[in-house]
Design a protein around this ligand. Structure first.
Ligand code: KG4
Ligand code: ZN
Length: 362
């Protein structure tokens, strides 16, 4: 089903899997009619990271009014929906339960299909909402919990080429920010400070660079930054503004170079599977990083592949991506029963071999 009579499918999407509470109304003609996001930043800032219990309670507090705002913005009633989608995992279980139970209740009361959406699949399909991109394409998904390179062959059809063997890239940005007292989430302030810094002042490792395959590693780089920061503190007392800027710039350059190297391997692997066409899509919160975008744009140009980067607002967690993934699934008749259970772990490619060298994050 792609339309209802003359009009395209209309779905409400709910996102509560991490620290953004979000609700959006999207239609199958790729229009976003409402997109409401409420960040819980201030609740988690004091802890330097997301506290699951705090997140779940905040979702409970904000979600109802966000949904009602989204419905008002879109000018529709629950009866006008064709489905209700919620992120059903992977993510922090308390938050996922809040969003999923709300979606199920609306679906039940309004007599509409419920759609249990994989949060990673929602990031993966966003480029089809923004750019109408055909399958297959190559995806770099870099967020606070994940860092993966995947071939997106179709809805529900993914082949993982590489993943992180330790930390996610966003997690590395968050930890570096914490070491420097820059607050949470760390990506935006690290990027802002890096703009005034010298990326060549501190030589930092480029993890996995030159190794075969497409796996990532960031914990060695994080440790190197920690040692650097500790050393600077011992030498001069508190870090100067310039020190902080130079550490951020040097870290961002090292991480970016490492990611570009892994992406180059993935493009080569993708070309074996898909000899022409396709695209390199970047998604997830870290895809908001302008330095990383520029590096990957250069790589895409050199390797003659189109690059697609959704607008920043749709890179970080949002409800529109959940609604869109719901529409893609609804079109294929992939609706879910109301006893669908939340999935704290839900890999896109369950068949993927474990990452090389170490403990795996799927
Ligand atoms: O996708 P997302 O909003 O939530 C998760 O599913 O994790 O990603 C959040 C992550 C955080 O680690 C945050 O620090 C990072 O994305 N991030 C950035 C930037 N904006 C957000 N990292 C680097 N540069 C940015 N501009
Ligand atoms: Zn996300």
């Amino acid at each position: 089903m792609t339309t209802v009579g003359e009009r395209p499918l209309r779905v409400l999407g709910i996102e509560t899997s991490c620290d953004e509470t979000a609700a959006a109304v999207v239609t199958g003609d790729r229009q976003i009619h409402a997109d409401c996001v409420r960040s819980q930043r201030e609740q988690h800032q004091a802890f330097g990271g997301v506290v699951p219990e705090v997140a779940a309670r905040a979702h409970l507090q904000y979600l109802d009014s966000l949904i009602s705002q989204a419905m008002t913005d879109a000018g529709v009633a629950f009866a006008d929906l064709d489905g209700v989608a919620a992120a059903a995992g992977p993510g922090l279980i308390g938050g996922v339960i809040v969003g999923m139970m709300t979606a199920k209740a609306i679906a039940l009361a309004a007599g509409k299909p419920f759609l249990a959406v994989n949060h990673l699949e929602a990031h993966a399909l966003t480029a089809r909402l923004t750019d109408d991109l055909p399958f297959p394409y190559l995806l770099l998904l870099a967020s606070g919990g994940h860092c993966q390179l995947l071939v997106v062959a179709g809805v529900g059809s993914y082949r993982r080429l590489g993943t992180t063997i330790d930390d996610a890239l966003g997690e590395a940005f968050d930890k570096v920010a914490r070491m420097l007292g820059l607050g949470y989430p760390g990506g935006p302030p690290v990027e802002a400070c890096a703009r005034n810094g010298d990326p060549r002042r501190f030589p930092l490792p480029r993890p996995m660079k030159g190794r075969p395959g497409c796996d990532f590693s960031f914990s060695g780089l994080k440790t190197a930054v920690k040692q650097l920061v500790d050393g600077l503190k011992r030498a001069d007392g508190p870090l100067s503004e310039q020190d902080i800027a130079d550490v951020c710039a040097s870290f961002q350059a090292a991480a970016g170079e490492a990611v570009a190297d892994r992406a180059a391997h993935a493009i080569a692997a993708f070309r074996h599977i898909v000899p022409a066409g396709g695209a390199l899509v970047i998604a997830g919160g870290v895809a908001a990083n302008k330095d990383l975008r520029a590096r990957l744009a250069r790589l895409a140009e050199e390797t003659d592949i189109r690059m697609v980067a959704p607008p920043l607002r749709l890179c970080t967690d949002n409800g529109a991506m959940i609604a869109w993934a719901g529409i893609e699934r609804l079109r294929l008749g992939l609706t879910d029963a109301l006893d669908f259970r939340p999935r704290p772990r839900w890999p896109l490619d369950p068949e993927a071999p474990p990452a090389a060298f170490a403990g795996v994050k799927a």
